[in-house]
Design a protein around this ligand. Structure first.
Ligand code: IVH
Length: 714
């Protein structure tokens, strides 16, 4: 059996030695960088007799450190499961007889809620505190909670509501006289960061309530990023040569705290409401949790659609397991379920402890965690030179997918986890998507393991690896490194860039290793002879491949710019730059003086690009070889929406209005605000109102986003 909840065994084996105490105290400081990841099974000092207070002090400091990393920096070092195990251990120690003074009562067993406030935002006091939830990790713990509530209420026929536990950031949204006036994060529970501007960008969050609202209502919910959006944003990150986001929850939290609401809008956060804070004035507030869900729907707010109801512990458990099975299909990240007494009178009778209501509990799904052998750590060289260490694992299946490799992100991530080659390691899927190596299984460690020394030289070119102070990433700075060159050529040939069909990684590797190609410009110097017996290119198709390369000279300008692998320039940015330059010729060396440091380029990725002579040489090379990308004007004249006037109304499922506008304009269309007889097309999304009706009455063609996308590629 694989230990999915190793903390339990760890707790049982826990001992404290005097020698370990020194280490414990040393580790308790805030700035340590050693083996402090506290993965439950990571090598924890073996400890004999028990000055449990020292462990208690360390646990409190360690939990505070992880709270800081999670809530403030959105950069957790350990998995939720590992964090929860620390908290559970702390709770057990606090309840132990020796620590009676700090023990908590039966229903008051929840530690502090952390503090997500991050500076740069106005701190605002909640009208009613935002509480946390007591947690259960096993069916038995959940049943014990239900029994406790039944005992306290004297009833075994309570109505229960079981909801998904959304994995995002708690939010309190205040509507005054039906208008959205404030959105505040939980903060320390009493006051949080005012993030109204960012929350207001969330599609589907109405600025006003329709009717039946009291003068003041604080709605409680969660801001999160759904899986589709997470995937889209990561494609964009990859395109820009940036390391991917690892977890939807952290991305949601990081996004909510951006000081750039345009970027927040572009990222497309989601929100859901599942609770109430303050409710002032009439009408009276809902009397059950189910009535609250109905009210949220009546107010056209995003609510919990997937909740279930139950009456007995058996029915509750059945609902929990059903939600766990449905989890992958829900489309948003969840880390458990929340079981709530439905009746508000019952809720009030039970009351709240210092930090959590006594009428609700969060049951956390066990992480799907498997253990496997870490065979090796290899280094991947990216097209911009970023070196990513990768765990090479004995193949295992998690959640139906075979996993053999997992990114280890950077050198620190390996050190923190104290991963050694040959270790048995726990592997989980972060946010159900990306495999992560949580940490080593210390109980399986033998003397045969070898610590990993981060190489000082690039595996592809032997060049010196560089890690700048204050940066987590290590880079190969040799621009001619064959590892980087291969990735750059692969990127240039990819369908989203120049789109050279038939030029795949095997042929590219052979061309680069055979020194026939060092830059993308060299592709245009190839003759069909050069491609014979190269990689997987058959002799019969060498001519066709040359033809494809030739055709790519006329690729669209945004694609060509994207294909240049300029750090920080993904597809969206490439389109913007293409629009403002409209041709590649202005980037030639002849314009170097004009391009060095004009204000419009300051602090943009192009500032760094134009500061390097070799980039001008590349552009000149491309131009002299006849690369003449289609300009925006040419595109607009010949684009699929050329000459069409388009109106966008309502929220589109994945594009923001600005993005849709950009696509339409790139295809030659013009976007206007009002629908008139001169409008050719109306693109509609959720919440479309009067403009849609107007379009219908004028008989104008109406498209949804999917139809628009099709039209753009015609
Ligand atoms: S009710 C009085 N319901 O989980 C506490 N919370 O770990 C109100 N969460 O602070 C919380 N989904 O941020 C509730 N369906 C749900 C939830 C939910 C996610 C979050 C919330 C809470 C945290 C506790």
């Amino acid at each position: 059996m694989l230990p999915t909840r190793p903390r339990i065994t760890w707790l049982k084996n826990f001992r404290v030695t005097a020698a370990a105490l020194g280490l414990v105290v040393a580790l308790a400081g805030p700035a340590h960088a050693q083996n402090s990841n506290a993965v439950p099974n990571s090598p924890t000092p073996k400890q004999e007799s028990a000055p449990a207070n020292a462990r208690l002090i360390w646990l409190r400091a360690e939990i505070a450190r992880h709270d800081e990393l999670y809530f403030k920096k959105n950069a957790p070092e350990i998995s939720d499961a590992a964090y929860d195990s620390l908290k559970q251990e702390l709770r057990q120690l606090e309840q132990a007889p020796a620590n009676e003074s700090s023990s908590v009562s039966e229903l008051k067993s929840v530690p502090s809620v952390g503090d997500d406030r991050s500076g740069g935002f106005t701190s605002t006091v909640h009208r009613q505190p935002m509480l946390s939830l007591e947690k259960a990790y096993t069916e038995a713990e959940l049943r014990a909670f239900i029994q406790r509530v039944e005992r306290h209420t004297g009833s075994s026929k309570l109505n229960w509501v079981i909801e998904p536990k959304f994995d995002g950031l708690a939010i309190s949204v205040t509507y005054e006289n039906g208008r959205l006036v404030r959105a505040v994060t939980r903060g320390d529970g009493l006051q949080g960061d005012d993030v109204t501007e960012n929350v207001s960008t969330i599609p589907g969050l109405p600025p006003t309530l329709p009717n039946g609202y009291p003068p003041v209502v604080e709605l409680r919910g969660e801001v999160y990023i759904d899986y589709a959006t997470f995937a889209r944003l990561n494609v964009e990150r990859e395109e820009a040569g940036d390391p991917p986001f690892t977890q939807p929850r952290n991305l949601a939290a990081g996004t909510l705290k951006l000081h750039d609401s345009r970027e927040v809008a572009r990222r497309h956060l989601s929100i859901v409401f599942y609770g109430l804070g303050a409710w002032e004035g009439s009408p009276a507030k809902p009397t059950t949790q189910q009535a609250l869900h109905a009210l949220v729907r009546d107010w056209h707010l995003p609510g919990v659609d997937s909740f279930k109801t139950a009456h007995t512990p058996e029915e509750i458990w059945a609902a929990v397991t059903r939600l766990e099975r449905q989890r992958a299909r829900l489309g948003f990240p969840t880390d458990g379920v929340v079981v709530k007494a439905d009746d508000c009178a019952v809720q009030e009778a039970l009351g709240v402890s210092a930090e959590a209501p006594r009428w609700a509990i969060a049951y956390k799904f066990p992480p799907e965690r498997v253990s496997t052998r870490l065979r090796a750590i290899t280094l991947q060289v990216g097209r911009t030179g970023i070196i990513t260490p990768v765990a090479e694992l004995d193949a295992v299946v998690i959640g139906g997918t075979k996993i053999e490799r997992a990114s280890l992100y950077n050198a620190d991530a390996i050190t923190r986890r104290d991963l050694r080659i040959g270790d048995w390691v726990y592997v989980e899927k972060a946010g159900e998507i990306i495999p992560v190596v949580v940490g080593p299984d210390a109980s399986m460690r033998t003397s045969a393991v070898t610590p990993f020394e981060f190489p000082l030289r690039c595996p592809a070119c032997e060049g010196k690896l560089v890690r700048n102070e204050g940066e987590a990433t290590t880079r190969c700075v040799n621009r001619e490194c064959p590892g980087q060159v291969k990735r750059r050529i692969e990127h240039y040939a990819s369908p989203e860039a120049a789109g050279i069909k038939g030029l795949g990684p095997v042929a590219i590797a052979a061309l680069v290793d055979g020194r026939k190609v060092k830059t993308i410009a060299d592709l245009y110097r190839l003759r069909s002879d050069d491609l014979v017996n190269i990689g997987d290119v058959a002799e019969s198709v060498a001519g066709q491949l040359i033809e494809q390369i030739e055709q790519s000279k006329k690729t669209r300008l945004p694609r060509l710019i994207y294909g240049l692998s300029i750090p920080g320039v993904g597809r969206a940015a490439a389109k913007e730059w293409a629009a403002s330059f409209s041709h590649l010729a202005p980037w030639s060396a002849a314009n170097r003086t004009a391009l060095s440091n004009p204000d419009s380029l300051r602090s943009t990725p192009l500032e760094a690009f134009f500061s390097q002579q070799h980039n001008f040489m590349l552009i000149d090379d491309l131009l002299s070889l006849g690369v003449s990308p289609k300009t925006e004007e040419a595109l607009q004249a010949s684009g699929p929406l050329s000459g069409k006037t388009v109106v966008i109304t309502g929220a589109l499922p994945s594009w923001t209005r600005a993005e849709a506008k950009q696509h339409i304009e790139a295809a030659g269309g013009r976007v206007t605000e009002a629908v008139s007889r001169r409008t050719h097309l109306v693109v509609t999304g959720e919440g479309a109102g009067a403009k849609l009706a107007e379009a219908r009455s004028l008989g104008i063609e109406i498209l949804d986003e999917a139809e628009l996308r099709k039209r753009l590629t015609q």
